[in-house]
Design a protein around this ligand. Structure first.
Ligand code: IMP
Length: 444
């Protein structure tokens, strides 16, 4: 459903690549005109960085909207929660003066990450699929989602607050000790785990509720909701580069499932792209660069993982992939991030097609064996040398930068409304049309 102007109505912010598209900055920027901000998938594998003045905040579970105390931040049913990590986030934010009292809610339906999930993730880390490791974030995300789908050994936040929580932990630990024997299972101590998690549960109790009716009431009453996607659409469990993906629906299709808010209430999808590509972990990456240009992007873009500190793999912008994910996610408008990083490169390349088995292909392959064979077909555009970090309007951008953005927009099939030229809120450009109306929605 297209909204008539700006970022009207309930909006979701979706990464269209392999994550790390700087969604945290955008969500923080857009938050003031919304009443609620909702995280709905992923967990502590996500790392959203928000820079406010001299302060840098790194958030893993909590929506980036938390920095605005007027807004309700919601962790929805589709998120997998690591209570210790979440409490650390809460404590760190409080220590730095951020108000967290009546403005954070956690769904009692959200599943909980336990030590056995992390042990399993670590044990599987050495395994190979298609000749390569998955390279997960080792936060227990995949094993926790697997238990959720398997149902028998899943524990949700709401379960931690019930009188039979100790018995539930005992039962699950007995099973996990059997299955994970030799890879961390033997060390599992049900009583100690229960004690630790019961303590976390008491601290989290004031925030835990059934968020689903609350969100439905909010949209029915005309309150404005911003949905904050984690990871990116190419990591989507159903629509991404399977099996080198995360275990949740990180494309636009995940919003309703993970929040409980049906599609009729989601009015605008803002697709977030970096103007080049990055990926962490394993899996095919057709436009990956192994030369000085890749190094330039990594260093200028500070392309090191927020959660794991791993250097990110860097490459040219892949318009075949982004066109596909923009369509799957239903993107109405694009936000192009990190444009300043490309300053100083004499020429830039855009991947406009792949060559696979001697055929030119413009449709993103569904099987990674095909993606692995893909040789990018590039279009070359002239670069620019100017520093863009002080640009505040479209006219401040050099002609070559504008041409580069226009070509990306054409290839992806979606207008670019917002351009980011640095980590600060002020380093944001709102282009003509819908996005210039969106400027009113933001605190710049
Ligand atoms: P998992 O989500 O920890 O299971 O990791 C699966 C894959 O998704 C790995 O390649 C990770 O590097 C990647 N991944 C997970 N979360 C993020 C993220 O927030 N940004 C970028 N990549 C991610």
């Amino acid at each position: 459903m297209n909204s008539p102007r700006g970022l009207d109505g309930n909006t979701c912010v979706i990464g269209l690549q392999w994550g790390d598209e700087a969604k945290g900055k955008l969500v923080d920027l857009l938050t003031p005109r919304f009443d609620l901000v909702v995280r709905y998938q992923g967990g502590a594998n996500a790392g959203h960085t928000v820079v406010v003045g001299d302060a840098t905040f790194k958030l893993h579970h909590i929506p980036s909207g938390i920095l605005n105390s007027r807004v309700m931040s919601v962790v929805g049913p589709g998120v997998v929660v690591n209570p210790a990590t979440l409490l650390k986030e809460i404590d760190t934010l409080r220590d730095r003066g951020v108000v967290i009292d009546h403005n954070l809610l956690l769904s009692d339906r959200a599943h909980v990450v336990f030590p056995w999930h992390i042990a399993e993730d670590q044990a599987l880390n050495d395994s190979q699929v298609k000749g390569e490791g998955l390279g997960t974030t080792l936060r227990g995300i995949g094993p926790c989602y697997r238990d959720k789908v398997g149902r028998m050994y899943a524990i949700r936040l709401g379960d931690m607050l019930r009188p039979d929580f100790a018995a539930l932990v005992q039962r699950v630990v007995e099973a996990k000790r059997r299955w994970l024997s030799g890879c961390g299972g033997d060390a599992l101590d049900a009583a100690a785990i229960h004690q630790e998690y019961a303590h976390h549960a008491e601290r989290l109790r004031p925030f835990v509720t059934d968020t689903t009716p609350l969100l439905l009431d909010a949209v029915e009453q005309g309150k404005r909701v911003l949905f904050e996607g984690a990871q990116g659409a190419l990591l989507d469990i159903d629509h991404g580069t399977f099996p080198f993906v995360t275990s949740s629906n990180s494309s636009g299709v995940g919003v309703s499932a993970g929040s409980g808010v049906p599609g009729r209430w989601i009015h605008t999808t803002l697709g977030v792209i970096k103007v080049y590509s990055t990926r962490v972990g394993g899996g095919p990456f057709p436009t990956e660069l192994f030369d000085a240009t890749g190094e330039h992007i990594r260093e200028r873009g500070r392309e090191y993982g927020t959660t794991t500190g791993r250097p990110r793999r860097c490459g040219w912008f892949d318009a075949v992939a982004a066109r596909y994910t923009a369509r799957v996610s239903g993107a109405d408008l694009l936000s192009a991030m990190m444009l300043d990083v490309l300053s100083g490169l004499p020429e830039l390349r855009l991947c406009v097609a792949y060559e696979i088995g001697g055929r030119r292909v413009t449709q993103f392959p569904s099987h990674i064996d095909d993606l692995r064979q893909a040789t990018p077909v590039y279009e070359t555009l002239p670069g620019w040398s100017e520093d863009l970090t002080r640009a505040r309007g479209g006219d401040d951008l050099p002609l070559n930068a504008r041409r580069y953005l226009e070509r990306i927009s054409e290839l992806v099939g979606c207008p670019i409304g917002i351009v980011s030229v640095g980590p600060d809120r002020e380093q944001t450009i709102f282009l003509q049309g819908r996005a210039s109306a969106a400027r009113e929605d933001c605190r710049v």
